[in-house]
Design a protein around this ligand. Structure first.
Ligand code: ADP
Ligand code: MG
Length: 279
């Protein structure tokens, strides 16, 4: 059964200001959805709420993963349910090499899944010899097994292995930060990836590269909820479904032709049409 993410009549506020005013959306593993909309329409609010950012308060409605409500679950637990969020503004964390960060993330999210594939769970790093797992109840992946996985994924996303030795996001260019996110996604293999403005601040070649990698991962094993203001990334990452968000609601849903319409006409006409329904 494919994993599904279902958003039902979601109302969200920030500091008692209502931002989302009844969002309905269903994304299944294997589908690519794009949410587009003018600045300030609530796209990032939707992404952050899906990942459980504490600042965003769900006033009513529900978020279901495979029919189970995830409201109230920690971001970690949501990740374990198969969700992944690529951030619009990735954080800088000093002093942690990317490879180490990725291994911790993998352990936190995947738990014991790789146990059977890791006969070499000894002589690794840290507490690999300890009988009790660390983190969120997970068995540790051995340093060696993880190194292999990382090398594989670095190749997949066409990144220089030296990159993984650098400190997380420290001195990374905009493009490198995005690639680090994509690498994290490739390693975590989420059922549904939520990407917020993954194209912002990238030049056209970097956009194409990122889109190609995400496309190659999207498919039966991964669904994508791509949030974007601009239409250009959609040339490379072709969504089957396009939704336009205006003033905290999905104003219109359709196919790729909706994105083309936005490209031609901009957002103004929609904002005018949306006024009568806005509260
Ligand atoms: P988008 O991503 O579509 O540009 P956002 O979800 O970022 O839109 O913002 C939607 C609305 O919520 C805007 O009016 C914005 O000013 C407001 N908002 C967003 N984040 C915060 C915050 N942390 N505190 C207060 N208001 C916010
Ligand atoms: Mg945004």
């Amino acid at each position: 059964m494919p994993t599904t993410l279902e958003i039902k009549d979601l109302h969200v506020s920030i500091e008692s200001k209502q931002i989302l005013k009844g969002v309905n959306l269903k994304v299944a593993q294997g589908e690519i959805h794009a949410v587009m909309g003018p600045n300030g329409s609530g796209k990032s609010t939707l992404a952050n709420t899906l990942m459980g950012h504490p600042k965003y308060k769900v006033d009513s409605g529900d978020i279901l993963v495979n029919g189970e409500s995830i409201i109230g679950m920690s971001p970690d637990l949501r990740a374990r349910k198969g969700l992944f969020l690529a951030f619009q503004y990735p954080l800088e964390i000093s002093g942690v090499p990317l490879a180490q960060f990725l291994r911790s993330a993998y352990r936190a999210v995947k738990g014991g899944e790789d146990k059977a594939n890791s006969p070499a769970v000894k002589g690794g790093v840290g507490k690999a010899n300890s009988p009790s797992p660390t983190g969120v109840g997970g068995e540790m992946i051995s340093a060696l097994a993880f190194k292999k996985k990382l090398e594989e994924k670095l190749k997949e996303v066409e990144m220089d292995p030296a990159f993984s030795k650098r400190y997380l996001n420290e001195g990374f260019s905009g493009g490198e930060k995005k690639r680090a996110e994509i690498l994290q996604m490739a390693i975590l293999e989420p059922a549904i990836a939520i990407m917020d403005e993954t194209d912002s601040g990238l030049d056209i070649d970097a956009i194409r590269k990122v889109a190609e990698v995400v496309s190659s991962m999207a498919g039966p094993k991964m669904g994508v909820l791509l949030i974007t203001h601009y239409q250009r990334i959609l040339q490379y990452l072709k969504p089957q479904f396009v939704h336009i968000m205006v003033d905290g609601r999905i104003f219109q849903s359709g196919g790729i032709e909706l994105a083309q319409l936005l490209e031609e006409k901009g957002y103004e006409w929609i904002e005018k049409e949306a006024v009568p329904t806005a509260s």
